[in-house]
Write a new protein. Structure first.
Length: 646
């Protein structure tokens, strides 16, 4: 495996804990894999190595590459996401963690449960947080290890009477989950880290399992994930790879300080750096370096291009987002007519809403594209219906799944379902529950028959999914208008199920690591333009990248103004967008939504002290080639207040 000097030094480091700051395009994945290979080649047993990633797909790809590098060696490294690792470990010792008969619930289940509880606390006619907002508040407070009351009082404008009720709702929510043996996404890490730090027996046992813990995307870890790493280290050595300049998931609870303050949190640790960039041209990197150097935070990063190709990013100004969108579509068509493939182009937007004009233009011009950042595949209603049937067959305590399955059928409403579920929960097993349903619906034997089908194929996941879908098809055809489109999703479910030995493993895998519809299309479509939000673009690249709406109120986003930490994360978001480009970077922007023209001169009072109302306010030659052909002559007065025009 060929490595440059920086990668080699990191992969073969033989000291204690280490953090590898890997700039964009510097080969962090290669270095992580090389580290695992180096350890195995030097006598470390593969099962003594733990590799933690943020997606199941990433861990699988790394293991596959490790097997290619070491074809004649055992490479059974323990690998997976934080959530999968914690759940797998707790499943192996359920009594220690109090995890007997637990059912994992997903976002939709959380919302349904929260709606039931919320209704008891909300006063008629009053403005009160939605179920979704209540779930989000609880999730963020838990992942950031803050008391609910403290988080809400510091991050919302609710008065104390509302805050008190929200806190009580969260307590009731947690109680209801406990009564039903439910664990949601956040509970997994919380329960694991709690036992790890409070139960000496658990801690000592788990600390003896691993010699080395390798962590990918360290900048995306939240406080709970940090507790997991902190509890497992010593004697295990941490080898964490990440980029502080790509920490852009604070809204999910990611803690920037987990990587930025690593050496102060982990005594006698070392920081190594990867700065040789294999992705982009130096012109693109000069712009990204400039952006970071403008920050009040010392990122101590200066990317250097390995490639010798030269290109200067383009900056195009337009009177409106409509003109901007038409130009992007026109440019794409011209490039395609000159021999470029559609899939060589990526359009990056700060928000989904900000891409509407560009998306409309591509539809109008019949440019094939996919939009990444859409609804989770497994959140689609018809897929949830299939999972409800399968999960009901897995546990008679899963009241949410039983409720969804039963109410699929005519003449069974919420009240009837609730009454039946109360009786079902008193029984001893799923088989007793099915028999109970058979007795209740003697003339509607089709209802329990679906459960029997799943149980019959319990040890054959693909056949269970196939037969469950076939069984429910007549019901779904009546329920969904666009059934002919939806039904093809079950073929995908069947293919995914083939990778699992049991239905429980299949269900838990995809509840913890959902597949987006965009990811599915990515596998099925080839030559299309990719339109993506910045957050969805992270980890991807393309020869030609358009960063659209690169204007005030977008970079930084208007909602971040006044908060220094939020503004700085917005800088990192723009950095991620810029560094996706391999050969060409094109920045476009318009004036339509920017009535506060002082942003362009940087004289606004809206931003934080030391912050900036617009990151690109001082941008000019030689960093970019400015093109103002999109402006009409009537906008000539703007020359006076636009410092990027040189």
């Amino acid at each position: 495996m060929e490595l440059n000097n920086q990668q080699k030094a990191a992969a073969e480091y033989d000291g204690g804990h280490v953090l590898v700051i890997a700039g964009a395009g510097t080969g962090k994945t290669r270095t992580l894999i090389a580290r695992a290979a180096h350890l195995i080649q030097n006598g470390i047993k593969p099962y003594r190595i733990l590799l933690l990633t943020f997606t199941r797909r990433a861990s699988k790809e790394m293991i596959n590459r490790l097997e290619e590098i070491l074809p004649d060696r055992e490479t059974s490294v323990s690998a997976g996401t934080f959530h999968h690792f914690c759940l797998y470990t707790m499943r192996r010792m359920p009594k220690l963690f109090g995890l007997e008969n637990a059912t994992i619930i997903d976002r939709d289940d959380q919302l349904q449960l929260m709606k039931l509880i919320r209704g008891k606390h909300r006063k008629k006619g009053e403005q009160f947080p939605s179920a979704a907002e209540l779930v989000n508040l609880g999730s963020y407070a838990r992942n950031t290890l803050q008391p609910m009351e403290k988080y809400i009082s510091e991050n919302t404008d609710y008065d104390w009477s509302i805050i008190d009720r929200i806190c009580q709702i969260q307590k009731d929510f947690d109680t209801r989950k406990k009564q039903n043996n439910y664990l949601d996404y956040d509970d997994i890490l919380f329960l694991f880290s709690k036992h790890l730090h409070e139960n000496p027996d658990v801690r000592e046992k788990l600390r003896g399992y691993y010699d080395h813990i390798l962590v990918d995307e360290m900048q995306d870890t939240n406080p709970l994930q940090w507790l997991v790493l902190d509890g497992l280290r010593d004697p295990a050595k941490l080898f964490c790879v990440g980029d502080d300049a790509q920490s852009i998931y604070a809204f999910r609870g990611a803690d920037f300080q987990n990587i930025h303050s690593f050496t102060s949190r982990v005594p006698n640790s070392t920081i190594l750096r990867l700065e040789k960039n294999y992705r982009s041209t130096q012109g693109i990197l000069d712009l990204s370096n400039w952006l970071l150097h403008k920050s009040t935070i010392n990122y101590n990063k200066n990317l250097e291009a390995v490639r010798k190709t030269q290109s200067t990013p383009g900056l195009h100004d337009f009177n409106s987002d409509i003109e901007e969108a038409r130009w992007v579509a026109k440019d794409l068509i011209e490039r395609h007519e000159n021999g470029s493939r559609w899939d060589e182009h990526m359009i990056i937007t700060r928000t989904g809403y900000g891409a509407r004009a560009v998306e409309s233009s591509m539809i109008e011009k019949k440019i094939p594209y996919r939009f990444i950042g859409g609804m989770s595949f497994l959140q689609a209603a018809h897929v949830k219906d299939i999972f409800a049937l399968v999960r009901a067959a897995a546990s008679h305590h899963d009241e949410l799944s039983w409720a969804r399955y039963l109410t699929l059928w005519p003449k069974i409403g919420d009240v009837t379902a609730a009454r039946l579920i109360e009786e079902i929960k008193k029984l001893n097993s799923v088989h007793d529950a099915v028999s109970f349903i058979e007795d209740k619906f003697v003339k509607r034997e089709i209802i329990p028959y679906g459960l029997r089908i799943v149980l019959k194929h319990w040890n054959d996941p693909p056949n269970a999914i196939k037969n469950a879908a076939k069984f429910l098809e007549p019901v779904m055809m009546k329920k969904y208008d666009n059934w002919n489109t939806r039904k093809y999703d079950f073929n995908l479910l069947e293919r995914l199920a083939k990778e699992h030995r049991s239905l429980v493993a299949f269900i838990e895998t995809y509840i913890l690591d959902p597949i987006s519809t965009a990811s599915v299309k990515l596998l099925e479509e080839d030559d299309v333009v990719t339109l993506t939000t910045v957050h969805s673009a992270k980890g991807t690249e393309a020869p030609v990248c358009y960063v659209i709406r690169a204007e005030p109120n977008m970079y930084p986003h208007s909602r971040s103004l006044g908060n220094e930490d939020s503004e700085e994360e917005e800088r990192r978001i723009l950095y991620v967008a810029i560094t996706r480009a391999q050969d060409e970077l094109i920045l476009t922007r318009s004036l339509r939504f920017n009535n506060n023209l002082s942003f362009y001169g940087g004289s606004t009072d809206s931003h934080s002290e030391g912050g900036s109302g617009y990151f690109l306010e001082e941008l000019g030659e030689p960093l970019v080639e400015a093109n103002t052909q999109g402006f009409s002559n009537s906008f000539s007065d703007y020359d006076v207040i636009q410092p990027w025009r040189r």
